[in-house]
Design a protein around this ligand. Structure first.
Ligand code: UFG
Length: 330
């Protein structure tokens, strides 16, 4: 039996595939390469180029491959873009989920582990955030993922497809050897942009807002290493296969860093000055997002290996130094 990673050519997906293969799983990847990279997919994974909104593509894949679980990482995920193009997000993310679940139902596939997000909480009612806390997204991206979670809940009771939704906080870093990493076009995420400035590819960092309700006025986020995220998916998939009911887990380090603190940490790691200026807010950014991840630790037995943001940034810096222009260099 094989695991299907939908979105396996993306930043998180490619690390997921790498981790699954190193753990001995047989892996199939589906990706339309709209934001992912063919070169990011592990050579031992069987690759199918296509779209999760395409029922024929999925039926064909499920007919050719013996899939027993799906890891669904195939969604658009940029907060600022979603503010400008909400329909693009609802179309790709929500419709993609519906078409995928319908195809899983036809093929008799019973398990799905879904990449959800801390953006489902909006401006949280308390910090750290617990899974049951209020969910009022303040951007279309978070709203689309919350809708996807709701769809999975109703499908479980009607169709017996069991799911785990993993609400990621801020995924960061790269495989330690720098062979795969983050490469978005355009890049909007804080750490890769800071490292672009460190590498001399961009003049300066713009910090979007310093008038938030946080200690230094800049947004606070909870950064988690990408391979720790990947490990949690494997645990969640095995949890479902053991017969447990559907559930939702936060995945974060439970420590918050402000944008200014990330900049300082990156200056330390890279030894570069990294010029920065304060710019206006970009819209859709909650003040603070920090996870309570104790449920994933207790129920899934998840033990993140990276507990230091500088170590996380170091792995992203190794990738940046080895691949200054990302996958274009390959
Ligand atoms: N930021 C800047 N300057 C930049 C880029 C980002 O100041 O050039 C700031 C943002 O305004 C925000 C922080 O850095 O305050 C982090 O922004 P990112 O774009 O790196 O990440 P987000 O917190 O917006 O979103 C990420 C993922 C989402 C996920 C969310 C959950 O992209 O998918 O974390 O916490 F939902």
């Amino acid at each position: 039996m094989a695991v299907l990673v939908a979105g396996g050519a993306g930043y998180i997906g490619s690390h997921m595939v790498d981790r699954l293969i190193s753990e001995g799983y047989d892996v199939v990847v589906a990706d339309n390469l709209s934001t992912g990279h063919r070169a990011a997919v592990h050579p031992q994974a069987r690759f199918y180029e296509g779209d999760t909104r395409d029922a024929h593509f999925l039926d064909d894949l499920f007919a050719k491959e013996d899939i027993d679980a799906v890891i669904h990482m195939d969604a658009f995920s940029l907060v600022p873009e979603s503010m400008k193009k909400p329909l693009k997000y609802f179309d790709n993310n929500v419709i993609g989920m519906i078409v995928l679940l319908e195809a899983m139902k036809r093929a008799g596939v019973k398990y799905v582990v879904f990449s959800s997000t801390a953006a489902t909480y909006g401006n949280p009612e308390r910090i750290p955030i617990h899974e049951a806390d209020r969910k009022e997204p303040i951007n279309p991206y978070g709203e689309s993922k919350l809708m996807m979670e709701h769809i999975m809940k109703w499908v479980e009771q009607a169709d017996g497809i069991h799911s785990v939704a993993l609400r990621y906080f801020n995924a960061a870093g790269a495989k330690a050897d720098g062979s795969i990493g983050e490469d978005h076009h355009p890049e909007t995420h804080l750490i890769p942009i800071v490292l672009k400035v460190a590498a001399g590819q961009q003049d300066q960092l713009k910090i979007f807002g310093d008038d938030y309700d946080t200690p230094d006025g800049t947004n606070v986020r909870d950064y988690i290493h990408i391979l720790d995220l990947a490990d949690a998916h494997i645990l969640a998939m095995e949890y479902l296969k053991q017969g447990h009911a559907s559930d939702v887990f936060n995945l974060g380090s439970s420590t918050g860093f402000s944008n200014k603190e990330i900049l300082d940490a990156a200056r330390k790691v890279t030894g570069q000055e990294i010029p920065a200026e304060i710019a206006p807010r970009r819209g859709g950014d909650p003040d603070t997002l920090v996870a309570d991840s104790s449920k994933a630790r207790e129920v899934l037995g998840w033990k993140p290996k990276y507990d230091n943001v500088e170590d996380i940034i170091k792995t992203a810096w190794t990738w940046k130094q080895k691949h200054p222009n990302g996958y274009e260099d390959q």
